[in-house]
Design a protein around this ligand. Structure first.
Ligand code: B4P
Length: 197
């Protein structure tokens, strides 16, 4: 299996780039944001719980997210690899993912982190909020809260993967195609190294 994590702050292009990467590399897309929004749309108990956190710009509790990822894994046993988008977002989630992958006798090939400055992130998210109907994209105070959560709870995930020598920064400013080109170059190199190993 060839598994990748796309990492970065809210609005850094994870969802946008994931769609293109999944098309090109044939891996299964696991976006915890999309899974949570599907639960919210379905008005399930999990969705109702998640909505109360997302609307405030907070993270959904680890046990809820990890349980959801576990189920998704079971539903995609034949996957040749996964692209994790927006997961893991806490060190506890990263450790749970390590365990899940170890059970499958596999691991993470690379963590690609999109680097974008905060003003550009706010601009992108407010812009998306005009049409997406996403409650967490329309209020600048909620967007700033999401950055604060990212800095406090999600940034330590980077250290977890730096220690494991899996972490790589990617310039996330520019056009969608330029950034896609940078990601593909990094992935192709990793794939080549994996083949040679
Ligand atoms: P997510 O759905 O993961 O969303 P995100 O961080 O807002 O966005 P993403 O980075 O994917 O956005 P994109 O750039 O594609 O999370 C939403 C919420 O769910 C979280 O706040 C949290 O509450 C909860 N949640 C999710 N996962 C969780 C977890 N593991 N644990 C706990 N809670 C969790 O898009 C942004 C905009 O930028 C788009 O409009 C796009 O068109 C635009 N854009 C993209 N690239 C661009 C470029 N190069 N130039 C200009 N615009 C660009």
């Amino acid at each position: 299996m060839f598994n990748l994590i796309l990492f970065g702050p809210p609005g850094s292009g994870k969802g946008t780039q994931s769609e293109k990467l999944v098309d090109k590399y044939g891996v299964v897309h696991l976006s915890t944001g999309n899974l949570l929004r599907a639960e919210i749309a379905g008005k399930t108990p999990l969705g109702l719980e998640a909505k109360s956190f997302i609307d405030k710009g907070q993270l959904v509790p680890d046990e809820v997210v990890i349980g959801m990822v576990d189920t998704y894994f079971e539903q995609h046993r034949e996957a040749r690899g996964f692209l994790f988008d927006g997961f893991p977002r806490t060190v506890a989630q990263a450790k749970a993912l390590d365990k899940l992958l170890a059970l499958k006798k596999t691991g993470i090939a690379a963590v690609l982190a999109l680097e974008v400055n905060e003003e550009e992130l706010v601009k992108r998210l407010l812009n998306r909020g005009k049409t997406s109907g996403r409650s967490d994209d329309t209020d600048e105070a909620v967007i700033r809260q999401r950055f604060s959560v990212y800095n406090n709870e999600t940034s330590p995930v980077a250290d977890h993967y730096k220690k494991a020598r899996k972490f790589q920064s990617i310039q996330g400013m520019g056009t969608v195609d330029e950034i896609f080109g940078r990601l593909c170059a990094a992935i192709d190199k990793k794939m080549q190294q994996a083949e040679e190993a």
